[in-house]
Design a protein around this ligand. Structure first.
Ligand code: CMP
Length: 137
């Protein structure tokens, strides 16, 4: 069983589609092992996305991620990292396959509804960034 980190981003939280997105996970073999709604601070967003700090979109990414609350969750299941990425679709919703979360709920490459860990190694780091071990059940 793998675990991965999911973030429902401020655009999707504002659209009131948290439940619809969680349903995609649950209906496709992933289980919610931990979940919370939080407002990221600027320091949180900069630290979480530190890997992108030299990229030209870093400033906008941080501004967007602190523009409203997010829902962070730990998803568990077989091949959870890859399964979550398949369900999310491509980073840019214009390129996301029909029926994926980003095709159905995202507006743009910045406001792209969800984040998901891109590897098992990053999943472990990202889960530890948001959750204590006792919160993951
Ligand atoms: P996410 O999976 O959260 O990881 C980094 C985010 O940066 C990505 O989703 C996008 O929302 C955002 N982003 C903005 N521009 C780009 C870009 N050109 N390439 C990749 N990610 C981008």
């Amino acid at each position: 069983m793998e675990k991965t980190l999911s973030i429902i981003k401020p655009d999707a939280v504002k659209k009131n589609v948290i439940g619809k997105i969680i349903d995609r996970f649950e209906s496709n073999g992933l289980r919610v092992a931990a979940i919370k709604k939080i407002q990221l601070s600027r320091a949180d967003a900069e630290a979480f996305y530190a890997v992108h700090k030299e990229r030209p979109f870093f400033g906008e990414l941080v501004e967007f991620m602190i523009s409203g609350p997010v829902v962070v969750s730990v998803l568990e299941g077989e091949n959870a990292v890859a399964k979550n990425r398949e369900l999310m679709g491509a980073t840019d919703p214009k390129e996301a396959a029909p029926g994926t979360i980003r095709a159905d709920f995202a507006e743009s490459i910045d406001a792209n509804a969800v984040h998901g860990s891109d590897s098992l190694e990053n999943a472990e780091k990202e889960i530890a960034f948001f959750f204590a071990q006792r919160e993951i059940l």
